[in-house]
Each structure stands twice: as C-alpha cells, then as structure tokens.
Design a binder for this molecule. Structure first.
Ligand SMILES: O=c1nc[nH]c2c1ncn2[C@H]1C[C@H](O)[C@@H](COP(=O)(O)OP(=O)(O)OP(=O)(O)O)O1
Ligand SMILES: [Mg+2]
Length: 201
C-alpha cells in the first residue's frame, strides 16, 4: 500500500499525517486534496472511538477503498475531561481554534498550575469495505498554560505544555511535536498493526 485516504478536512491534522507517513514512504490523501465536494460527516458519537469509526466507515463506503480517520481532542482534568470529544465545537459550530482556546483559558481562570493537568487523545480508525474496522489510541500528557505561546501547529497547541517541556506544542518545531504527540503514538501503533496482523487479513 502506497497511498491511503485520510478522512479529514482538518488542515493541521493532514499536514502532520503527511509528514509522519512520508517517513515510511506512504502518501496521505486527505479530503482537502480531493476536488469532489464531500459533505461534512456528522460526529454523533459520544467517544473518540465512535466518531473515528463513523468518519472512516462513511468515506470507505463512499469510495470503496481503505480509509484512515483521526478523532482527537483535549481532556482537561479540572473541567472533568471537557472539552473531550467536543473539542472542535467547544466554542461553537464554526469550529474556531481561537475561540476554543479563549473559552478554555476563561474556564481555567484562577486555577493554579498544578491543577491544570490535561491530555491530548487521538483515536485512529482504519476502515476497509467488508472488513472489521481497526482502532488505535494515542495519548500525550501535559498541562494547560495561562496564555497562548507559539505559532506552530493548530488547535489547542498554543496552550498545551507536554509533560517534561517548558515550551508549548506550538513553540516546538513540527518535527519535535511529531515525535511526541498523541497522533504520533496512535500512528505508530497503527503502522505496527499494519505490518504484522494487517498483512495476514
Ligand atoms: O495535535 C493537536 N493539537 C492541537 N489541537 C488538537 C490536536 N489534535 C486535536 N486537536 C483539537 C483540534 C480540534 O478542536 C479537535 C479535533 O476534533 P476532530 O473532530 O477530531 O477534528 P476536526 O473536526 O477538526 O476535523 P475532522 O473531523 O474532519 O478530522 O481537537
Ligand atoms: Mg470533526
């Protein structure tokens, strides 16, 4: 397999997948690369797994091809795990990163550093027509800062300090983020699966 379709319209995710998969000689084609217009898929699930499955299976059915998807988000302990699966739509259906970050900072206002622990979660689903979908989960532990820092990345990166770092994900270079991210951990597991059990199916 040389090319794989990624069922995402998120530019930041697509860039990270392309970068990570290029290292093993695979090309990622996202929905942003396809000229045909594809209606937004409603993420009706209550878990990352459910939403990842919905997205991958919808696109695999449509193209009758193997498809990967990524459902991800930020779980903040002081907010009982919010925004979680609602991370993209946290401040509204327009899925605006700036407003989402603003809302989180506001909700955490007054909460001390030690109590700002959080983690990014990424669930990948690999769907193929007529075969059970495979899922892998990756996590990146860290904490939420008190203001935005850095210009790289996307989403909540400017306020997320990975554990052991004094820079946010948005201050790390893309290649640094891609070594430690939730997405990287999930992708590594999926590649392991593809290279072992995936070959036997
Ligand atoms: O590495 C990350 N760095 C910063 N923020 C991140 C990251 N990974 C996920 N996130 C945030 C962005 C978005 O607010 C939500 C994902 O929501 P999620 O539904 O999976 O993606 P989406 O709707 O943007 O695109 P799509 O569903 O087409 O893949 O979590
Ligand atoms: Mg989404």
């Amino acid at each position: 397999m040389k090319k794989v379709i990624l069922a995402t319209k998120n530019k930041g995710k697509a860039i990270e997948f392309k970068e990570i998969f290029s290292q093993i000689g695979m090309e990622i084609v996202s929905l942003l690369d396809i000229s045909e217009s594809i209606p937004d898929i409603e993420e009706t699930g209550e878990t990352f797994e459910e939403n990842a499955r919905i997205k991958a299976e919808a696109i695999a059915d449509r193209f009758e091809l193997p498809v990967l998807s990524d459902d991800s988000g930020l779980e903040i302990d002081a907010l009982n795990g919010r925004p979680g699966v609602y991370s993209a739509r946290y401040a509204g259906l327009d899925k605006n990163d700036h407003k989402n970050v603003e809302k989180v900072l506001k909700e955490l206002n007054g909460i001390e550093t030690e109590k700002r622990t959080a983690r990014f979660v990424c669930v990948l689903a690999f769907a193929r027509p007529g075969i059970d979908t495979v899922m892998k989960r990756g996590i990146c532990e860290g904490s939420i800062g008190k203001e935005r820092k850095g210009e790289h990345g996307f989403g909540y990166d400017p306020i997320f300090y990975p554990k052991g770092y004094d820079r946010t994900l948005a201050q790390l270079l893309p290649e640094e983020k891609n070594k430690i991210s939730h997405r990287r951990h999930a992708i590594d597991q999926m590649i392991d699966w593809l290279e072992t059990e995936g070959k036997m199916e």
